[in-house]
Design a protein around this ligand. Sequence first.
Ligand SMILES: Nc1ncnc2c1ncn2[C@@H]1O[C@H](COP(=O)(O)OP(=O)(O)OP(=O)(O)O)[C@@H](O)[C@H]1O
Length: 299
Amino acid sequence: MSTKLQENGVSEGWNPENKIVIQSLSKVYEINSTREDGKNQFLAIEDVNLVVNKGEFITIVGPSGCGKSTLLDIIAGLSKQNSGDIFIDNKKITGPDLDRGIVLQGYALLPWRTVRQNVEMGLEIKKVPKNQRKEISTKFIDLVGLSGFEDRFPYELSGGMKQRVAIARALAYDPEVLLMDEPFAAVDAQTREALQDELLRIWEETSKTIIFVTHSIDEAVALADRVAVMSVNPGTIKEIIEIKLPRPRRVGDLKASTEFSWIRHKVWESLNNGQSEINKNEKQDSIDLAEEISSSTVL
Ligand SMILES: Nc1ncnc2c1ncn2[C@@H]1O[C@H](COP(=O)(O)OP(=O)(O)OP(=O)(O)O)[C@@H](O)[C@H]1O
């Protein structure tokens, strides 16, 4: 894939199968530092490269702080990278847009709006007429199994129901890409499995392209076509593991299979090697620091 850009921001020599192309992405945060060397920048992700095909389901796993949310925020256009580019349908992204739906861990529903009004938010922004909005919201409320709850307010719903509303809201305005950051982390195990099955069913029905961040290896393997494993310090994608489990999938059934356990172990190993690397890096950092201290003592 060529990195050369034409004047209209379209890259040359791209593959029409590609939905999202991430090239050499890096992000530096400015941080408050008390270090003597005055360093006040932190390299959160470095040289991230990833190509996601149309209709593909990619999950991202990695140790805490490796930059999963940072990466997703940049793809969403909510945060700006320091270097590198992201293309969606071969167009360079420059900020948030309705082509990308976002589902976050904290639901982010508006408490003063009913289920229906929350689901219709994106449609209002898109200036879809009222009767059409109702038709669309009815369809997606039904799709996530919340028919009959249209007039409830968020405080009247369980965590799992709120998360369903957030998914319906993201789907209702028909984004081609869904970006999900640990969307099921706050619900109990049983609800989580039900939501995973529901998401798989919706994805099969709507053929969206999904990038899904999770801490759970089981969830990553059960949902994805490919799992991107990130390492920390600096955060980058160290390995992409293809999940060749048959579809359609039901999460409960999958987990009982030997094939699932084998792939799960493979992802675990990849993550665990990363942990060893962190320990090595930390050890090396300590060695460097120790050497610095000892040499300054000699001086
Ligand atoms: N606004 C910010 N300012 C400074 N540093 C930040 C900021 N946001 C994130 N970081 C740092 O960047 C690194 C990556 O953070 P990020 O939240 O992307 O990681 P993550 O992989 O999503 O973590 P977790 O799995 O714990 O949610 C972390 O070391 C974090 O401390």
